[in-house]
Write a protein that binds this ligand. Sequence first.
Ligand code: PAF
Length: 282
Amino acid sequence: MTEIAVVETVASLRAAVAGWHAAGEKVALVPTMGALHSGHIALVKEGQKHARRTVVSIFVNPTQFAPHEDFKKYPRTFDTDRAMLEEAGTDAIFFPPVEAMYPPGYATRVLLLGPAAAGLEDRFRPTHFEGVATVCCKLFTQSRADYAVFGEKDYQQLKVVTRMADDLDLGIEIVPLATIREADGLAMSSRNRYLSIEERERAPVLHRAMQALATRIRNRDDLFRAVSEAQSEIVSAGFELDYLEARHAESLAPVTSLADGPIRLLLAARLGGTRLIDNIAV
Ligand code: PAF
């Protein structure tokens, strides 16, 4: 196993990518905030299907956290992350310090409409996607990668970033990957490590409730009633529900029946101090 390159500056990232491009090799970027799990490694493997070279960025992006959110306590596990990426055969880690991404005087943000204003995550985290899109726009132009791989777990984020890359002609293809789940259905997430043992046992209720709801919708039950009963079931199981909604899978606009489809179910719920999000296709 060769030791993975860790680059901390935009100049050294660009030099590595330019070298690969000069050799006729495509490059896939996997943007992450670290605290890696098997879901991230699946993103790397997907990148390797598209491109000879993969770069994983590890940057806990302060601009996508609201002041009351978990930026400070967000898990930082660089040594374990590096070992996992070495094992996965990643070519380089881009690990910039905050000052490299947001130097003094930094004053630019990406302004988003469309899927970023769908009334889902944005209703509860109003500045979140602006921060995500800004850092992703920077990572895309900094790396000049050919592909960027994003998990469907953050479904609204995937739609926001895909829209932005198209709208701003960023010259990068966004590659989606289906959500990777634990054996009991819980979507893999760096935040799952916040769950207590008891909460971890309860968390798969969310996926089970969404699956049952998807079946009811496919069987042409009344959509409004089916969604509302699934919402009640989740609340009765001890979650605080931010939203559980049926939306058009592409536009994220509200839908009223299967005829408006394809439908995606999206939810966010809090269990103790941990906020979990998930989504599935109907
Ligand atoms: O999904 C994430 O981990 C983050 O939102 C991302 C895409 C790395 C941007 O900071």
